[in-house]
Design a protein around this ligand. Structure first.
Ligand code: FE2
Length: 193
């Protein structure tokens, strides 16, 4: 499997948008904490989070090409699926955008579901922290996040149903928020929240 060092090198090469790089780190942090919770492979889950949107700047954030072009970048970097990128990681990265008509992978495994839920909640929690008076992630609590889920106008683009998919793998959404908040608090200096 690709090392974290190499993953960061590739990330630095292809991700130029600062918020996107933060989003990848946030997704990694949440995935590592989730792996601990489920007793799964922390490195596999963490690196899936870190690399999941690798092609997003490369495709100029075009939703029609997003995730599809992930393969192009793997080829350019000579990263092999089944070796550098384990099959489970590849499947989860593809399936995190199963809504795309050309993506054939569907969210099935724990890793697939966790990745889509984690990367989705990361954006939501960042939005929650930015409306706090001090803009700190430490000021966000589970109850306020649950309330904001119900407010359709708040962080409109965030698909709540993808966050709730986490319950399909046995994690109540409140607990998921708690784990995710802790993960982001642990890297708050790095993500500037
Ligand atoms: Fe993402």
């Amino acid at each position: 499997m690709i090392t974290r060092e190499k993953a960061i090198e590739v990330l630095d090469k292809y991700i130029t948008t600062p918020w996107l790089k933060m989003h990848m780190r946030e997704s990694e942090a949440i995935m590592r904490e989730l792996a601990k919770h489920f007793g799964e492979d922390e490195e596999l889950w963490g690196l899936s989070g870190l690399l999941h949107d690798l092609d997003f700047d490369y495709v100029n954030k075009d939703p029609k090409r997003h995730v599809v072009e992930f393969d192009t970048l793997l080829e350019k970097e000579n990263l092999k699926v089944g070796e550098d990128i384990p099959e489970e990681m590849y499947h989860a990265i593809k399936a995190h955008y199963e809504e795309h008509p050309d993506i054939t992978q569907e969210r099935e495994s724990k890793l697939d579901i966790a990745l889509a839920a984690a990367e989705t909640i990361s954006g939501f929690l960042v939005a929650c922290s930015l409306v706090q008076p001090d803009k700190k992630i430490a000021s966000v609590n589970v109850e306020s996040v649950m309330k904001k889920f119900k407010k359709k106008d708040f962080a409109k683009a965030v698909r709540r149903e993808v966050i709730y998919e986490i319950e399909e793998i046995g994690l109540p959404v409140e607990e998921f928020i708690k784990i995710s908040l802790k993960s982001l608090c642990d890297i708050s200096d790095e993500i500037g929240l």
